[in-house]
Design a protein around this ligand. Sequence first.
Ligand code: GTP
Ligand code: MG
Length: 444
Amino acid sequence: MAANDVDVFANEEKRNLELGGHVGFDSLPDQLVSKSVAQGFCFNILCVGETGIGKSTLMNTLFNTTFENEEASHYESEVQLRPQTFDLQESNVNLKLTVVHTVGFGDQINKEDSYKPILEYIDAQFEKYLEEELKIKRSLYNYHDTRIHICLYFIAPTGHSLKSLDLVTMKKLDSKVNIIPVISKADTVSKGELDKLKIKIMSELVSNGVQIYQFPTEDEAVAEINSSMNSYLPFAVVGSVDDVKVGNKMVKARLYPWDQYRVMENENHCDFVKLREMLLRVNMEDLREQTHARHYELYRRCKLEEMGFKDTDPDSQSFSLQETYEAKRKEFLVELQRKEEEMRQMFVNKVKETEAELKEKEKELHDRFEQLKRMHQEEKKNLEEKRRELEEEMNAFNRRKVAAETLMGQALQGCSQPFKKDKDKKNFFSLPSACSLTSGRNLN
Ligand code: GTP
Ligand code: MG
């Protein structure tokens, strides 16, 4: 229904009418300007470059101020991102500027994963924005947009070309952010070397398919300057926070030990002015727009597709958000039921397994008990047997003992009557035990 409505409007014939006098909607651009000015602007710069390459100095020079800078150590175990937000004002325009520095970039022995924290940071800012956008009660009007609008990639002037770390990092970032490569500390190389280095860098970027930000040439007002500036990329910059008196004017310049200086504002000395012109004065809005319309849009599309949202069904019929939501909900419920069933089945199997194990254990215990019981009965039987034998032995012993006592009694009686008949004597001497029990004196 909604799609048909759109079609109706699209096919509707447009008619040009002439106004009889001034109505006032020509002030719409002015209204937009004053609304934007009241709202203020956000601009976020990501500085990617090795430790000590001149990131902070260039930022200070660009904005003609001194941001809080902390020197990074060369011993960081991994790359970290340090964002700092500042409120700046120029005329009546308020700018919330966030400068993000890569701390420890290029300092690790293994630099393979150096690009990852940077990529994650950029994605995290997109994710935050997407979350805000998808909220029921969203407040994008006063939302602090932290998405990176520009990545200044600092290239050391010392090499003959780009390092593999530079190429890999720029390649990984080019679909996520607008990249402007800059050759830092350009005062440390000669003009001839610098020109050669610029050509080499550009050809390496092209041959490796690295997409850097191109200043737009569609808008007539800036087409000329932008197309000429595109040919200066990568900008060779020099940064300084020192003011030097040139003539009777104080200017930002770099003073050398041999008493010469290089003035930032002098275009013959370096590309600093070109960079500032392109970045802040001419293309700042385009950088913001490209970030939203190109990089964020790509992130959003991938993320929503990952979540299962689509605009059209397989027959190229457009899907309403409601339909997509319903389809996704059904899919989710089916998946949930499948998972539930899977878990239930797993639980039943586990219970069965445990039950079988317990039964096995019970059987083992029962067998052991039976075995012990048998052993105990056998032992008991043996003991009974032994007891009987011992009792018999005891009885026999007792009988022998009684017999011996009786005989001894009789023998003693015999000894106490010395003049008994010969027969009795004979009987007595025939008993050896009796003899041993009587003293020799009595017997003689
Ligand atoms: P970390 O934040 O510690 O990674 O360093 P950084 O990249 O911010 O470098 P920083 O701006 O602190 O500069 C490091 C040193 O390089 C300082 O001594 C600066 O004065 C010097 N420096 C900065 N820019 C230039 C430049 O354009 N030319 C020369 N010759 N030296 C520079
Ligand atoms: Mg720094």
